[in-house]
Design a protein around this ligand. Structure first.
Ligand code: HEC
Length: 504
């Protein structure tokens, strides 16, 4: 459920990284293109520059050099000393000296430097003029021209700053032979190179401005992307939280439903049990009423007969008296069974009256045999009860006799009472140290015709329950299976008398 949030966070982080990579990659590519573009631009300028130099030089070469008046900056070229008419005098007496193309170019190049600091160069691996000796880069380029390359254009550092250096080979033509054949050159040979060096600084400046603009644009797009991403991320997290909430609500609802189903099932089972019990009682009722009626009168007659015999036979021998006693006792037991039967099926409506707990319990203890020790814990401060004393006597007697029967070898019978003031009830408990009950016995305890005893038809507890319930009380049975609490405890809760009712 909610612990999926880290996954969402990870996805969001991944999206941010991916977006940054896309934007960063695009910017990187743009920077790379700008750099390439600025190099191309510089090369373009270099070629224009070289073309102009070549054109200028070719112009001079096409004239076989040009005569100029010798001066401080243009002295007669010592390297042209082998040319007979290097220095001439006009008819008017003016002296002129021959400037060879290289000389002219060199002078022009030394006077003119481009707006960005471009520097033109004429050089050779085998220079006539040591001024034209190549530097390291030029030497390498010249060697490569001899391998057949026609142009070399590279970024190279000059004094720590990047420059674009471009050079083209200078090939010996027919016109050059006049002055260069003495060095052994033939037409088609590489005589040297003509080149230019352009500082990249100016192009870098232009590129930097473009880069700044691009970076700003990319930054804006990146941030916009992040905002949109944040918006979706928030929606995703919200959506997720809502789903988690719904899931939890459904889960709770399910649980509630399950508890309700369980409750209802329990209720249904209880109702069913009650129905079965009632049905059994109804059936029993039919039988009991009939049998009870039929047996009551003969038992009464028998009882009277025995009484008569006992009063008449005052001098009867011991055996006869003993048998008469046996008959009398067995008739009493039978009458009791018949009475139980009748009580079990038809409880006459209770006639409640105020009665103290002691008054309720005392008469029931008469039948307890001597082998059982009785312990009473009944506080004198208990309020009085309002029940049908006759019926509760009967109920308690049945419970106690059940307890006594559970202790055939004797034991302790503990009877206590406590008040539950808020509920306005008094709880009596009848506790024995007898054999206890199994879970199955506990389950069926208050059902008619369920008995584990050899004698009796299992109505005592049913009668007790019926009577207590008729008086607005409850009976609960608990039987411990632990070694320390072996016996059985019946807990009877009865209504206390309302204060206003005490007088009646
Ligand atoms: C009028 C004579 C003359 C002619 C024609 C001429 N050069 Fe030169 N060239 C010279 C002299 C002299 C130099 C020596 C250096 C200087 O003057 O700076 C020279 C220098 C050079 C250099 C510079 C390297 C070095 O040796 O100092 C190159 C490259 C060059 N010439 C190429 C050519 C080519 C290619 C042609 C033909 C298209 C040509 N020259 C035609 C006289 C000539």
């Amino acid at each position: 459920m909610l612990n999926n949030t880290p996954e969402i966070r990870r996805n969001i982080l991944l999206a941010i990284v991916a977006w940054s990579l896309i934007v960063g990659g695009s910017l990187g590519w743009a920077f790379f293109s700008i750099n390439q573009e600025s190099i191309k631009l510089a090369q373009h300028e270099a070629r224009a520059y070289i073309n102009k130099d070549i054109a200028f030089r070719n112009w001079a070469a096409s004239h076989g050099g040009v005569y100029v008046p010798p001066g401080k900056t243009t002295p007669p070229n010592p390297y042209l000393a082998f040319i007979p008419d290097r220095d001439v005098t006009t008819t008017s007496g003016k002296t002129l000296t021959l400037m060879n193309p290289a000389y002219m170019l060199r002078e022009m190049q030394s006077r003119f430097s481009g707006p960005s600091g471009e520097r033109g160069r004429l050089t050779s691996l085998n220079p006539l003029n040591p001024d034209n000796a190549p530097d390291a880069w030029e030497s390498r380029a010249l060697l490569r021209f001899e391998q057949g390359e026609t142009e070399i254009s590279e970024i190279s550092d000059i004094a720590g700053a990047p420059w674009l250096r471009t050079m083209r080979p200078f090939i010996v033509e027919q016109g050059c032979i006049k002055c260069h054949s003495q060095q052994g050159y033939r037409v088609g040979d590489v005589r040297g190179g003509i080149g230019v060096a352009i500082p990249m600084k100016i192009f870098h400046g232009i590129a930097d401005q473009a880069k700044l603009n691009l970076a700003t644009g990319h930054g804006v797009i990146w941030i916009a992307g992040l905002i949109i991403l944040g918006f979706f991320a928030r929606r995703a997290i919200q959506h997720h939280a809502e789903r988690a909430q719904t899931e939890e609500a459904i889960h709770k609802l399910n649980e509630a439903l399950e508890t309700r189903v369980q409750e209802r099932t329990a209720q249904l089972t209880a109702t069913q049990d009650a129905l079965v019990r009632r049905e059994k009682l109804a059936m029993l009722g039919q039988v009991a009423v009939n049998v009870g009626h039929e047996l009551r009168n003969p038992l009464g007659a028998m009882s009277n007969a025995v009484y008569f015999l006992q009063t008449v036979l005052t001098d009867a021998d011991e055996t006869t008296s003993e048998y008469l006693n046996i008959i009398k006792n067995e008739i009493a037991v039978s009458e009791r069974i018949v009475a139980d039967l009748m009580d079990a099926v038809r409880t006459s409506p209770p006639q409640p009256a105020t009665v103290t707990v002691a008054e309720l319990i005392d008469p029931t203890l008469r039948d307890v045999p001597a082998s059982v020790t009785v312990k009473l814990d009944i506080p004198e401060t208990l309020p009085v009860l309002r029940v049908d004393a006759q019926q509760i006597h009967q109920a308690l007697r049945n419970l106690i006799s059940n307890s006594v029967e559970a202790m055939p070898d004797g034991g302790t019978l503990k009877i206590s009472a406590v008040e539950n003031a808020p509920a306005k009830t008094i709880t009596l408990s009848v506790q024995d140290t007898g054999v206890g009950m199994t879970a199955e016995q506990l389950d069926h305890l208050f059902e008619p015709l369920f008995t584990t005893k050899a004698r009796g038809i299992g109505l005592g507890l049913v009668v007790a329950k019926n009577l207590v319930e008729a008086n607005g009380g409850t009976v609960v049975c608990r039987s411990g299976f632990s070694p320390t609490d072996k016996g059985t405890t019946f807990t009877v809760t009865l209504p206390a008398a309302d204060e206003k009712n005490i007088s009646t």
